[in-house]
Design a binder for this molecule. Structure first.
Ligand SMILES: [Fe+2]
Length: 288
């Protein structure tokens, strides 16, 4: 597992916001790219920190006998991994100062395994050269891991009234879940990992479980009830494939799935309690 992300952050008027993206599949010919750009811009305009949970790139290469067909080619270039690297950097550059984490999905993994080339690593390295130095680096995350924000008020003596918000992120695995829409995956990760928010991707669904309730006795013998939440972010693939109607036929691997694919991202709103100055226990996760 890659190292966890740890970042300090400030409230703005008692609020701190995140925007969770995944499965943007840059380079694919069947994504809603304008919607992605609109959603990224809105996230920046709202002052949210942006995180990506894998499948940054489509990266289905001509050597992939299972999935590649010529209709998947963006251009006629042969250096497809170079092209995809620079295309991804150019697409994300306008938002570079808002991005905190980029994780790795199965599409990003495949070129590492079969071609010895790490697109996410290259993209993060190049994006970090474009980023404001005071922000520190974008965190390159693995297939799964933890990310923690310590949120407080920045005083001359440093960040005070800090509260931690912990995310466990996993890109996801396995095929589509047309009936359960990922609820079994939630239960798998909730069983083994401890976090405020569990975040999955990969299945192109937008399922949420806002009420993961657990109780415990604290070290001080106090009875405590805690609520965690879980969310899938769907990504930006088209709901379904439309083949050209000129007599041709474009093969689409995702046509093999039963259900239509969801589209979009999720936001997280964290609030500061005005009296204690600490983070309110209840937070919002909203699918958009
Ligand atoms: Fe995936």
């Amino acid at each position: 597992m890659e190292l966890p992300m740890y970042k300090e952050a400030e409230y703005t008027k008692g609020w701190f916001g995140l925007a969770l993206f995944s499965d943007v599949h840059l380079g694919a010919t069947d994504i809603q790219e304008q919607r992605l750009k609109d959603d990224l811009k809105r996230s920046c305009d709202e002052g949210r920190r942006i995180l990506f949970n894998g499948d940054m790139v489509e990266a289905i290469l001509p050597t992939d006998r299972k999935r590649y067909t010529p209709s998947r080619a963006r251009t006629n270039r042969d250096d497809v991994l170079n092209e995809l690297t620079y295309y991804t950097v150019d697409t994300l550059a306008p938002y570079v100062d808002y991005i905190d984490l980029i994780g790795t999905g199965n599409h990003d993994d495949a070129p590492i395994k079969y071609n010895g080339y790490d697109i996410v690593g290259a993209v993060v390295t190049l994006l970090n050269t474009k980023r404001s130095k005071s922000l520190g680096n974008i965190h390159r995350a693995g297939y799964q891991g933890y990310a923690r924000y310590s949120v407080g008020n920045m005083l001359p003596s440093g960040l005070k009234h800090k509260s931690a918000f912990t995310i466990y992120h996993h890109h996801g695995a396995g095929g589509a879940s047309p009936v359960t829409k990922g609820m079994i995956d939630f239960n798998r990760i909730v069983y083994s990992h401890d976090a405020d928010l569990y975040w999955l991707a990969h299945k192109h669904v937008g399922t949420q479980d806002p009420h993961i309730i657990r109780d415990r006795l604290t070290q001080q013998n106090r009875y405590e009830v805690r609520r965690s939440q879980a969310v899938f972010t769907p990504g930006y693939k088209n709901a379904t494939n439309f083949s050209p109607k000129d007599g041709g036929y474009n093969y689409d691997y995702s046509d093999h799935f039963y259900s239509m694919q969801a589209c979009g991202y999720a936001v997280v709103n964290l609030y500061q309690d005005y009296s204690t100055k600490l983070m309110k226990k209840d937070f919002e996760v909203i699918s958009r």
